[in-house]
Design a protein around this ligand. Sequence first.
Ligand SMILES: NC(=O)c1ccc[n+]([C@@H]2O[C@H](COP(=O)([O-])OP(=O)(O)OC[C@H]3O[C@@H](n4cnc5c(N)ncnc54)[C@H](OP(=O)(O)O)[C@@H]3O)[C@@H](O)[C@H]2O)c1
Length: 289
Amino acid sequence: MSDFHKRTWLITGASSGLGKSLALEALSKGHRVLGTTREIQKAQHSFPEFEVNGGTWLSLDPGNPVAHEMATNIFAAHNIDVLVNNAGYAFIGGVEDTSEDEVRSQMEVNFYGPLRLIRAALPNMRSKRSGNIVLISSGAGFTARPGRAAYSASKFAIEAIHESLSDEIETFGIKVLIVEPGAFRTPFASRIITPAQYRSNGGFSQAYQGTSVEKMVRGMSDTTGMPGWLKGDPQKAAKAILDAVENGHEYLRMPLGADCVTALESKMNSLQRDFDLTRAVANSTGVDS
Ligand SMILES: NC(=O)c1ccc[n+]([C@@H]2O[C@H](COP(=O)([O-])OP(=O)(O)OC[C@H]3O[C@@H](n4cnc5c(N)ncnc54)[C@H](OP(=O)(O)O)[C@@H]3O)[C@@H](O)[C@H]2O)c1
């Protein structure tokens, strides 16, 4: 690879899971990689290969409002070409069982976090008229299953920002990619948060016992070993993302994992069905001329 193609990547939440695999893949391709984490010492201990292979840790908590100012300083100090907003977690619980504060915390990390980084990255990327912005969203950013309302809301909302942004910044030569993974083998499931008020009951209230909420909460918080429903290989995901960024892509959304393909197809079919059933009434609501 020529030096021209060596680029500087900033990956949030690079200490674990998909961020870790992406960091290793980018380093192996000769890129410079800055990885953010909330706890550098912990990351150094759990992921020593990162620094051994040339990566640099930066301290940042995207979920903290000061992250915008901190990221602005990072972008001023380093000539970053590729921003990967990867850090995130899932809050799993029924709508009625979830407090407003729990939704707000989910939004701080999964919605405002990436937004803070994007707004810090754009001045530099615009002035050099190039750059890549990658969001690690989720299949949950396109389809909202029971028990995943807050998580899906955060991913739907941040996908909307990226969808608008992709048109707004195309003129500056900056590309946007939304990655929608299905279930991948990372420690993600072991970090799921459930409604505090009902945690002693397994994460759901009595009223939702036996419903789709109980099924989702129990299913997703079963973290004994590596749950069987995690079929995705993070290394293969990392390779696919690197390929898209390095070789260019003509699409905005990239689903990853056969489970995600099935879920997205099902959502598109249900959208089409609703559309077919409502097209006539939709077209009938204009003013009479
Ligand atoms: N694994 C899956 O099945 C899956 C599926 C769909 C989408 N995703 C998405 O993929 C991304 C990466 O997840 P992963 O699977 O790699 O999970 P992971 O192994 O738990 O890694 C998540 C990273 O995000 C950071 N993070 C976690 N909670 C945070 C919080 N409250 N505030 C700030 N940072 C936090 C952590 O960084 P530090 O602790 O180092 O700060 C960690 O490195 C997430 O956005 C997730 O929504 C994952």
